[in-house]
Every structure is written in C-alpha cells, then in structure tokens.
Write a protein that binds this ligand. Structure first.
Ligand code: ARG
Length: 463
C-alpha cells in the first residue's frame, strides 16, 4: 500500500534511515481530520468548476468521509509507514474507491495542502486555548471578588512596598490573560486566509475557484500570492509567540504561588490534589504543578525560537525545513493546553490565609507613603514630606517601633504638622480604601475591574 506519492522518477527506494528521517507521519497524523476535510472541499470545488465529473467528486467525498469515520471510530489505523498523513489519506482513498481516488490531487500540491492543514488545525486548537483562558479568567474573577478587601503587602523589588488587596493582585493576572486572548484573536485574523490553490508554488493551469474552497473551509478569503501561500508560516510564529507569553504569565503566577505557599510567607495553601510530597521528608508539601508550569514556560519559549530560526534562512517557496514547524508549534499547544487545564482548578482550590497576609502587611512600614501623603494634606510639598517621613522611619526602626505603635511625641519630633488624625491616615484599611483612583487597589475599584473583565468575557463568548 505504502508507495511514495512521488514514485516514478526514481529507480531505487529511499534508504531506510533516510526514509525515517524524511517521514512526518509520526506527528502530522494529528492533522488527519483537517487533511480529509480540506480534500473534501477541494473535491467539491473540482466538480463545481467542471475539472472533474460530479460522479467522481461524490465518490471521492464519500470515500473521504468513510476514512474519517473509520479513523474516529478506531476501525482504521493510520499506517505509520507512510511518508505523511497526506500520503496515507490519498492512498487509503484509492484503495477504497479505485482509480477515481487518483483524481483528487488534480490542481493541488502537498505544499498548499500542508499549509492548509496546519492553518485548519491551529485554528481549532487556538479556539480550545481561548476557552481554557476564559475558564481561568473566571476563576481569577471569582477569587478576586471573594478577597476584594483582603489586605496584603504589595511588593516592589520583592520588598514590602504598599498595602494592596489580594483581589487587586489577582486581577492583574486577569488583565494579562485577557490581553492573551486578544493576541490569539488577532493572530487568527491573519491565519484565516486559505492557501489552497497555491499549488506547488505558482498556482495551477486548471480553472479552479479558490473562493469556493476558502468559503467551504471557513476562511475569510484566499491568499493573493501563491508563492506566499506555500511559504508563509508567520501565523505559526505569531501563535507560538502568543502561547509563549501565556506561559510566561502562568509562570510568573506560578512563581508567586510557590513563594506564597512557602513557610516564610504562608499566604496560601494548595489543595492536596494539586501538591506532591517528598520521598524522604515526611513534612513536605511541594507545589510541583506550579513549578512545572514555570519550568515548561522555557520549552514554549524555545519553540518560538525554533520556528523563527527555522524560517530565517529559507528562500521562497516551500523547503523541507518547514516540516519542522509542526513539532514545535504542536508542542506549544499541547503544553499550554495542559498547563491551563491544571492551573485553573489548582487556583480555584487554593486556600487563602488572609490573617497571615494582613500581619505581613502590618510590618515593614508599608504605610509610609500614606504618612507622607498625610503631610501633603497638611500643606507640605510631597518631596519635603517624603524626607520627614524617611527620617521618622529610620528613627522608628532604631527604636523598634512602627508607625502604628509610635506615640504622637515621636511624630512631633519630625514635624509639628502631625496630629492625632495621623493614626487614621496610616491605618491599613484606610490606606487601601483611599487608593480609589481608576485602577487603584480599593475594594470598589477591584469590583469595577471584575465587572469590566467579566463583561469583556461575555462579549467574547457571544461573539
Ligand atoms: N510533510 C511535509 C511538511 O510537513 C508535507 C509537504 C511536503 N511537500 C513536499 N513537496 N515534499 O511540510
């Protein structure tokens, strides 16, 4: 069964190792459905334009449908000794319907066929990723809503900086993932152009109608340059980049979850279903899922670099190097989908220790900015107020006191403007409540963010 599609010119079979090296069926078999659907659309177009007889087209399409059903139901196994999925499908068709099957490849090349198959495959998988991202964002919004007034220290340089709410911190990630969805949709626009009909590179002598296949396969249009049609893998790069950024976001989030679940922080505790133990240290509960996510971000970035490097030296049009696109981009999708699938429930079941967060916020003078702002309220220029509070903090550190435990006499040593109401100004709840500017950390602003993100999600899902 397994003759090369290109047998004819050759007097010898391909060397066995060279054959293995050349074959792509191990990975491109995952595109069997897209390859069959592309062929069905092509066969229908060939009949509509009178290039093949209607009867033949019907026979071909029925044959292809049969193959699809049989693969999906497990009755037909893809023969891994074939060169690629295109070879397998075409040979299986001819085995089933005889010589009529040999008419399918009229006005087509594997070059435009594979370009088509990848686009169809990545389009479907991108929609899966978007769905998983929507789920994750919903989990984030629910958690942020629950903890919209839970005070924790916000950090810069990993040093306690200013009080924030945990809800606000979580929502920062919601915005990242919303942008990720935007990037995927944007890449989909450029992906959704049909290369079918580009032929090997120059188009075809047959009077095909490329708009018929483009429409049948759900593309917005057909590409306007056949050479670009078979050479373009920009969409792979764009998607690989969007996926690498998703993993980067998940990785940053993971890093925080790893820190927060350490004994040093104890801000959160991961559910047992999303933690692992140690083979020697009985007390250990390790955040392996988060660690793996951080680790796997590396390979997804690697895939992007693989694709860019593979493309950078390629002359037009198709070159076999391009076969290397699939393993890289497929791996990015597999990794991101898996990561999102476990990350959402891990986050959802994560317990939050609001008391520890709050007591961490009570240390480290994270209300010093508010103390300076208080003096500004009394008429001082900010830079002068900043200096006064800086000296006050240095003094209190020495005296082993906090802004809360210092007496008014301590304050007065640094400025006469301090009065009893300073304690209200440095109260952590007030510090958070007063950050009420657009995008600020106060509970009302967090609620507004959640509402905005949720409504963006609704408009996505009703799109
Ligand atoms: N397996 C090839 C790929 O993935 C399919 C296209 C082959 N075309 C060719 N002329 N050899 O790129």
């Amino acid at each position: 069964m397994n003759e090369k599609l290109w047998a004819g010119r050759f007097s010898k079979a391909l060397d066995e190792d060279a054959n293995d090296y050349n074959a792509s069926i191990r990975f491109d078999r995952r595109m069997y459905r897209q390859d069959l659907e592309g062929s069905m659309a092509h066969a229908a177009m060939l009949a509509a334009t009178g290039i093949i007889a209607e009867d033949d087209s019907v026979k071909i399409i029925d044959g292809l449908k049969g193959i699809l059903n049989d693969i999906e139901s497990g009755r037909l196994e893809i023969d891994l000794t074939c060169e690629d999925i295109h070879t397998f499908n075409e040979q299986e068709l001819t085995r089933r319907i005889g010589d009529t099957g040999k008419r399918l490849h009229t006005a087509r090349s594997r070059n435009d066929q594979v370009a088509l198959d990848i686009r169809l495959t990545l389009r479907a998988w991108t929609n899966d990723v978007i769905e998983l991202l929507i789920k994750l964002i919903n989990v984030i919004c629910d958690k942020a809503e629950r903890y919209s007034d839970a005070i924790m220290p916000g950090y810069t340089h990993m040093q306690r900086a200013q009080p924030i709410t945990f809800g606000h911190h979580l929502m920062a990630y919601a915005h990242m993932f919303i942008r990720d969805i935007g990037r995927l949709y944007d890449a989909l626009k450029r992906l959704n152009v049909s290369p079918l009909g580009s032929g090997a590179l120059a188009g075809t002598t047959f009077p095909i109608d490329r708009s018929i296949t483009a429409k049948a396969l759900g593309f917005d249009s057909a590409c306007l340059n056949s050479i670009d049609g078979v050479s373009d893998r920009d969409f792979c790069v764009e998607l690989a980049s969007a996926l690498a950024l998703i993993m980067t976001h998940l990785s940053r989030f993971s890093e925080e979850i790893i820190l927060w679940s350490s004994w040093e922080f104890k801000f959160v505790e991961l559910d047992d279903a999303y933690s692992t133990g140690s083979s020697i240290m009985p007390q250990k509960k390790n955040p392996d899922i988060a660690e793996l996510t951080r680790g796997k971000a590396g390979r997804v970035t690697g895939n992007l670099v693989t694709l860019l490097t593979m493309l950078k030296g390629l002359p037009l049009a198709y070159n076999k190097d391009m076969q290397e696109d699939k393993e890289a981009i497929f791996d990015s999708y597999d990794t991101v989908k898996l990561a999102l699938t476990v990350f959402s429930p891990m986050l959802e079941t994560m317990r939050v220790n609001t008391e520890n967060m709050r007591s961490a916020a009570a240390k480290g003078f994270i209300n010093a900015t508010d103390c300076a702002d208080y003096l500004v309220g009394k008429g001082l220029p900010f830079r002068s107020a900043y200096k006064i509070v800086g000296s006050l903090v240095a003094y209190l550190i020495n005296a082993n006191k906090t802004l809360e435990s210092a007496g008014l006499d301590d304050y007065k040593q640094f400025s006469d403007l301090f009065e009893n109401d300073v304690y209200e100004a440095i109260n952590l709840d007030n510090c958070v409540r007063k950050r009420a500017c657009l995008g600020g950390t106060c509970p009302e602003q967090v609620a507004a963010q959640i509402e905005s993100v949720r409504s963006q999600l609704t408009s996505l899902t009703t799109k």
